[in-house]
Design a protein around this ligand. Structure first.
Ligand code: UDP
Length: 472
């Protein structure tokens, strides 16, 4: 990899969890489409194989640097360097805060690099702002949320509505967007807490301060998707934001495997359904969700009763599934391994997605024109689910039995949502809408599209600054 003041040199540093790493590696591909851009990406030893595999076809164009991951983090087993491998998400604050110990290694490595035009580091790596400032490199923040969830959260918290003594499920109007109504349960801890405190609150607050003091936000979104919310952000909030997504479209759809390499068995299974002209529902809850055995049982019964064909990615509570696979073997497949979600969503047989509404999953579903049955679990997923169902109207909600967005979901509700999505009128209209959005996404990302131009603008702005000030 060559770099000089003449060519932009960009540093990327993803946070150590799959939902944060995957989009930044996709962004790397978007940057590589620009002539002359040199890329350096930071990772850690245990995460490196995932990076190398994901970028195998472009790895020669990238310089990949490992930084040692901190050891002896209380509660975190040795060798765990990614949050999806944590025994429990309660260890997240300790894990995330420990990444700060990587700072001296990061700065030493940066010092040894050719001149850097700017860095894009994850919003959870707020300490990189200090390193960037020490070395005179502009830091931009990769922010893995939608504009919608960012500005709705901001609007509600700054009006103090989250602190009002209403019930957790009582709906109230979002001040800046009066057509929206939300409940306190749509927000996750620590910000839904009336007196937020503790390590998670401290961590998140620190990241927010670092974000507003950075040079910009790089958003995995595009203008046509959430124009109103993007405009609101840019009018009222800092730092400046750059909608340059959806990043997932930068990845090539998987090429046919080489002759000596088999397709994954779940893809062959989907091929079989496609050949028979049948449609399949995809069920998956991302890389982090913790699903209780009781809830898993309801999903199982709901899928069985719905009579749809389905591919379900399961990660826990195997004993709950005894005998289930045999009963549904003609129409259902359970997959325990890490799957290529984009390939599944892009498969011609897949026609619906029961999703936890992680932002990447929502974007991947939109890009593949697959409507969603929204079942949020944590983080900002409840707001994403509202956006999917109420704003974009590209899906249906999986309703809980007590009406709360965090309530327990019974099998009847799983069955109802799945049938509506796959066979009902709402599903039909959601499918039409998601197809339109999919086309807009493709237009945004291609050469000359809104996201393409924004990324060009961003590169030029920061590279021009470096050329003006070669000591940077
Ligand atoms: N993913 C995948 N295979 C799996 C599980 C997840 O490819 O078996 C990918 C998925 O396509 C998405 C990311 O992991 O890109 C998950 O991000 P998301 O924001 O949807 O949810 P999170 O895991 O962060 O909750």
């Amino acid at each position: 990899m060559m770099s000089s003041h003449h060519n932009p040199h960009v540093v990327l540093f993803p946070f150590m969890s799959k939902g944060h790493t995957i989009p930044l590696l996709q962004l790397a591909r978007l940057l590589l489409l620009r002539r002359g851009v040199a890329l350096t990406i930071f990772t850690t030893p245990a995460n490196r194989p995932f990076f190398s595999k994901s970028l195998s076809d472009v790895v020669d164009a990238i310089s990949l640097i490992d930084l040692p991951f901190p050891e002896n983090i209380p509660g975190v087993p040795p060798g765990i360097e990614s949050t999806d491998k944590l025994p429990s998400m309660s260890l997240f604050p300790a894990f995330a805060a420990a990444t700060k110990l990587m700072k001296p290694h990061f700065e030493r490595a940066l010092n040894a690099l050719p001149p850097v035009s700017f860095m894009i580091t994850d919003g959870f790596l707020g300490w990189t702002l200090d390193s960037a400032n020490n070395l005179g490199i502009p830091r931009l923040v990769y922010f893995g949320m939608s504009y919608f969830s960012s500005v709705v959260s901001r609007s509600v918290t700054s009006a103090g509505l989250i602190l009002k003594p209403n019930g957790d499920d009582e709906a109230f109007t979002v001040p800046d967007f009066p057509w929206l109504s939300v409940t306190r349960n749509d927000f996750d801890a620590p910000f839904r807490d009336r007196e937020p405190k503790g390590p998670l609150f401290d961590f998140v607050t620190e990241q927010m301060v670092a974000t507003v003091n950075s040079h910009g936000l790089v958003m995995n979104s595009f203008c046509d998707l959430e124009h109103v919310y993007m405009e609101f952000y840019n009018r009222n909030l800092v730092p400046k934001s750059w909608p340059v997504g959806p990043f997932c479209l930068a990845e090539p759809r998987r090429k046919p495997p080489p002759e000596n390499q088999e397709k994954p068995s779940y893809i062959k299974w989907l091929d079989g359904f496609h050949e028979q002209g049948k449609q399949v529902l995809y069920v998956a809850f991302g890389s982090q969700a913790e699903i209780s055995p009781e809830q898993l049982r309801e999903i199982k019964v709901g899928l069985e009763e719905s009579e749809v064909n389905f591919l379900w990615v399961v990660r826990t509570h195997e004993s709950e599934l005894d005998g289930f696979e045999d009963r549904v073997k003609n129409r259902g497949l359970l997959v325990r391994e890490w799957v290529d979600q984009r390939e599944i969503l892009g498969h011609p047989s897949v026609n619906g997605f029961v999703s936890h509404c992680g932002w990447n999953s929502v974007l991947e579903s939109i890009c593949a024109a697959v409507p969603i049955a929204a079942w949020p679990m944590m983080a900002e997923q409840h707001l994403n689910a509202r956006m999917v169902v109420e704003e974009m109207k590209i899906g249906v909600r999986v309703e809980s039995c007590n009406g709360s967005v965090r309530g327990f979901v019974k099998s009847e509700s799983v069955e109802k949502a799945v049938r509506e999505l796959m066979e009902g009128e709402i599903g039909k209209s959601a499918r039409k809408k998601v197809k339109e959005l999919s086309n807009s996404a493709i237009n945004a990302i291609k050469e000359g599209g809104s996201s393409w131009l924004k990324l060009d603008e961003l590169i030029n702005e920061f590279h021009a600054k470096m050329k003006k000030n070669p000591d940077m």
